[in-house]
Design a protein around this ligand. Structure first.
Ligand code: ITT
Length: 230
């Protein structure tokens, strides 16, 4: 059975729309310090797989503010806990001129203990350009390739060399702007992240999933997974 590894119930609600009956594994894997989401998710998936002994999907997400060189990025969780979402919104408003562009990114890491056949890069062009614009991680191409020796991402190459348990990554990005908080849906940074005129907190779960970083990553995963699980 596939376990969706997260301590965040908001993520699980969104994942259920793509993965029928997926069960949550409320496991707080070690979030290594890294400037990129890919290695954090990959390492988390290896650890969670060893813990659970069944297929796992780890979801690591972050808000990348363009005018802050991608900050808070992989530190989004820590920054939400320490400063809070509204303070982040106020800092951005004080320091950065309109349009205060940002992107939300999500990397899903899947591990079931077995190797993966080479497969086409599951990241699309929109993800790449959004990531580049946000000054976020290195190319999403690296972050989305099958894990292993051919990976060019330095941090994850070091990780994979130290721990060769195969991991496959799926990534999604949504572009938007930082605005004053609006809406009471969603979770985390949703009230201050506007996409196409509405904040993610002003959207229904289905509307958010249709355009969000997580929805896009889940869509790619849900397309690939059935064959794997046969
Ligand atoms: P797990 O690591 O246990 O999955 P988490 O909430 O710490 O839970 P992340 O590290 O991936 O998950 O999240 C980084 C931060 O970004 C955290 O503060 C989340 O609340 C926030 N976040 C993640 N996805 C989000 C989304 O879709 N909308 C708004 N905020 C989100």
């Amino acid at each position: 059975m596939l376990r969706y590894v997260t301590t965040n119930d908001g993520k699980v609600r969104e994942a259920r729309e793509y993965l029928d009956g997926v069960s949550q594994l409320d496991y707080d894997y070690t979030e290594v310090q890294a400037t990129e989401l890919g290695p954090i998710a990959a390492r988390g998936a290896r650890e969670a797989y060893r813990h659970a002994g069944e297929p796992v999907l780890v979801d690591d997400a972050g808000l990348f503010v363009e005018g802050f060189d991608g900050f808070p990025g992989p530190y989004s969780s820590y920054v939400e806990e320490t400063l809070g979402v509204e303070t982040v919104g106020r800092l951005v408003a004080a320091e950065i001129d309109e349009p205060r562009r940002a992107s939300f990114r999500c990397v899903m890491a899947y591990c079931d203990g077995a190797a993966f056949a080479a497969s086409p890069d599951p990241v699309d062009r929109a993800d790449r350009s959004a990531a580049a614009a946000a000054g976020a991680e290195r190319s999403s191409e690296d972050a989305a390739s099958d894990d292993g020796a051919e990976r060019t991402d330095d941090a994850e190459t070091t990780e994979a060399a130290a721990d060769p348990l195969p991991v496959k990554l799926f990534e999604g990005t949504v572009r938007g702007r930082i605005v004053e908080p609006r809406g009471d849906g969603g979770f985390g940074y949703d009230p201050i992240f506007e996409h196409d005129g509405r904040t993610l907190a002003e959207m229904s779960p289905a509307e958010k999933n249709a355009i969000s970083h997580r929805g896009r990553a889940l869509e790619k995963f849900a397309e690939w997974y059935p064959e794997r699980s046969e």
